[in-house]
Design a protein around this ligand. Structure first.
Ligand code: HEM
Length: 477
C-alpha cells in the first residue's frame, strides 16, 4: 500500500501522506503520532479499504470538533458494535440521526443530569471505601496488585449505578458476569479485520472466528439483561421501594413506560444503552486510575506533594468524601495531568463525516473516518512546555480544563459526540485517587526501579497498560 495516493475530488487536496494498516502496529496512537511528526497535524491514511483522516494538533481538533462538529458527528459501522450493541442502537456507536439524537438527549437530561450524578454520590463514596479496605486486606500479605483491584472497583461502581447492585460480587451471577465482561472488552477492543475491509467483512469474520465469539457473547449478555430487567420489574412491585436511589435501568424502564418519546424505546434499545455504559464507563475509569498511580509512583516528588497537600487539608478522617474535594486544587491539577498524558481513549471513538468539509487547507470528502489523536495533542510541544514531563504544576495557575473548550486537552472529546458522563467520570477518578493517596504510602517492591517500569500499552479503543501495577502499600495512620 505504500505510496497510495488519495483518490479524492479536485481541490487544494494533496493531503500529506498515506499509510496502510500494517503500519499502525500495536499502539495506533503512537504510529499515528509518528506520522504526524513526519508529515504534519493532518494526515490522510488508508486503513484497509477505508479513507481515514488523522488530526494531531489542537488547531485541527478545534476545526473538526467545533467548526465542523455537526458534519463529523456520525460514527462508522463497526462489526463488534453491530453484533454486540443490538445493531449499534446504543449511544456511542449509533450513527448520527433521529435515534441517536433521542438517546443522547435521554443520556444528558436523565441518566447523567447534575441531579442524577449527585444521587450516585453515596455509591461512589462506598465503592471508594471498599477499594481502600480491599487494599488494606491485600497489603497485610505483602505486595498489592493494584491493577487487579482497580478493575473491580470500576466495574462494581458501574454495576450499582446501572443495574442497582454489584453483580460482579457475590451471588449467583458473580463468575459468569465477570467472564462475560472480560470477553466483551476483548471483542470490542481487539480490532476486527472485517472493519477495515467492509467488502470482505462476512467472510473475514467467519474465518477469524470473530463471528461465533461475538454471537455467543451477545447471547450471554442478552439473557443476563433479561434477568436484570425481570429483577427490576419484581422490585418495582415491592411496597416502600420508592425511596431507593433509582439506577439507570429503573430510569430507562420509566421512560419506556411513560411512552413520551418520539421513537418508542424498545427493550433491545434499553439493553444496548446499558451495555454502552459498561463499555464506555468501566475501562476508561480503571485505565485513568491505573495510569495515574503508575505516574505518581514513577514521580515520587509529585506523589509526596499531593499526599502532603491532601493530608494537610483534610486532617484526620475515616474517609475522604466528595465535599472535601473542592479544597484540593493540587489534586485536581494532578488529575488534569493524568488526563493530558494518558487519555483513556487516545484517538477518541472514530467519527465519520456526513458531508465534505475543509480542514486546514484540505478538502475532505464525506464518508471519511476521523481519528483525533488526543494522546499526541496532549504531548504536542506547540501546546505544552516539556510535554513528556509529569508536572501538575503546569495547571496550577491555568484556566485550561478538560471539559471540551480547550482543544489541547481533550480526554473526554468535545462537541456533539463528547462524553455525556464527564462529571460522573471525573468525580469518580478524583475521589478514588484522593482516597488512595490519603490512606496509603506507596512504594515499589524491593529491587524494582521506576525507570524499569514497562509502559507498553495494549491495543484497543481504550488503552490499558500491559503490565500490572504491583506495589507495596503502607497504611497511613
Ligand atoms: C474517566 C472516565 C471517562 C473518560 C476519560 C471518557 C472518555 C470518553 C471519550 C473520549 C468519548 C468519545 C468522544 C468522541 O468520540 O468524540 C466518550 C464517549 C462516551 N462516554 Fe465517556 N468517558 C469516561 C467515563 C464515562 C462513563 C462513566 C460513562 C457512562 C457510564 C461514559 C459514557 C460515554 C458514552 C455513552 C459515550 C458516547 C457518546 C456519543 O457517542 O454520543 N463515559 N467518553
Amino acid at each position: 500500500q505504500q505510496g497510495w495516493r488519495a483518490n479524492l475530488p479536485p481541490g487544494p487536496l494533496n493531503l500529506p501522506i498515506i499509510g496502510s494498516l500494517h503500519r499502525l502496529g500495536s499502539a495506533p496512537h503512537l504510529s499515528l503520532a509518528e506520522l504526524a511528526r513526519q508529515h504534519g497535524p493532518i494526515v490522510y491514511v488508508r486503513l484497509g479499504e477505508l479513507p481515514t483522516c488523522v488530526l494531531s494538533s489542537a488547531e485541527m481538533a478545534k476545526e473538526a470538533l467545533k467548526t465542523h462538529d455537526a458534519a463529523l458527528a456520525s460514527r462508522p459501522t463497526l462489526c463488534a458494535a453491530q453484533q454486540l450493541f443490538y445493531g449499534s442502537t446504543d449511544i456511542a456507536f449509533a450513527p448520527y440521526g433521529p435515534y441517536w439524537r433521542q438517546v443522547r438527549k435521554i443520556c444528558i437530561l436523565e441518566l447523567f443530569s447534575t441531579k442524577r450524578v449527585q444521587s450516585f454520590r453515596s455509591m461512589r463514596e462506598q465503592e471508594a471505601a471498599h477499594l481502600v479496605s480491599s487494599i488494606r486486606s491485600s497489603c497485610r500479605v505483602g505486595e498489592v496488585d493494584l491493577t487487579e483491584l482497580l478493575g473491580p472497583f470500576a466495574n462494581g461502581l458501574l454495576c450499582r449505578v446501572a443495574l442497582g447492585k454489584n453483580y460482579c460480587e457475590g451471588g449467583e451471577y458473580e463468575r459468569e458476569f465477570k467472564r462475560m465482561l472480560e470477553e466483551y472488552q476483548v471483542l470490542l477492543g481487539g480490532f476486527s479485520l472485517g472493519d477495515f475491509f467492509p467488502s470482505l467483512e462476512g467472510w473475514l469474520n467467519l474465518i477469524t472466528g470473530m463471528a461465533s465469539r461475538m454471537k455467543k457473547t451477545f447471547e450471554d449478555f442478552d439473557r443476563f439483561f433479561d434477568r436484570v430487567i425481570e429483577d427490576h420489574r419484581r422490585k418495582s412491585k415491592v411496597p416502600g421501594g420508592e425511596n431507593h436511589v433509582k439506577d439507570l435501568v429503573d430510569v430507562l424502564l420509566e421512560i419506556q413506560s411513560d411512552g413520551l418519546e418520539q421513537i418508542p424505546l424498545t427493550m433491545d434499545n434499553i439493553k444496548a444503552i446499558i451495555l454502552d455504559m459498561f463499555a464506555a464507563g468501566t475501562d476508561t475509569t480503571f485505565i485513568t486510575l491505573d495510569w495515574g498511580m503508575t505516574e505518581l509512583i514513577r514521580n515520587p516528588r509529585v506523589m509526596k506533594k499531593a499526599q502532603d497537600h491532601i493530608r494537610s487539608k483534610i486532617g484526620h478522617k475515616e474517609q475522604i468524601e466528595e465535599s472535601d474535594l473542592q479544597e484540593l486544587d493540587y489534586l485536581s491539577a494532578v488529575v488534569k495531568e493524568i488526563f493530558r498524558l494518558h487519555p483513556a481513549a487516545p484517538v477518541l471513538i472514530p467519527h465519520l463525516s456526513m458531508e465534505d468539509v475543509k480542514i486546514g487547507e484540505y478538502n475532505i470528502p464525506a464518508k471519511t473516518r476521523f481519528f483525533v489523536n488526543v494522546w499526541a495533542i496532549g504531548r504536542n510541544p506547540k501546546s505544552w512546555d516539556n510535554p513528556e514531563e509529569f508536572c501538575p504544576e503546569r495547571f496550577m495557575n491555568s484556566l485550561i480544563d478538560f471539559k471540551g473548550q480547550d482543544f489541547e486537552l481533550l480526554p473526554f472529546g468535545a462537541g456533539r459526540r463528547s462524553c455525556p458522563a464527564i462529571t460522573f467520570g471525573a468525580a469518580t477518578v478524583e475521589l478514588a485517587l484522593a482516597n488512595l493517596l490519603y490512606h496509603f504510602n506507596w512504594e515499589l517492591p524491593p529491587g524494582v526501579r521506576p525507570e524499569e517500569f514497562d509502559l507498553t500499552e495494549v491495543f484497543g479503543i481504550t488503552m490499558h497498560r500491559k503490565e500490572h501495577l504491583v506495589v507495596v502499600a503502607k497504611p497511613y495512620n
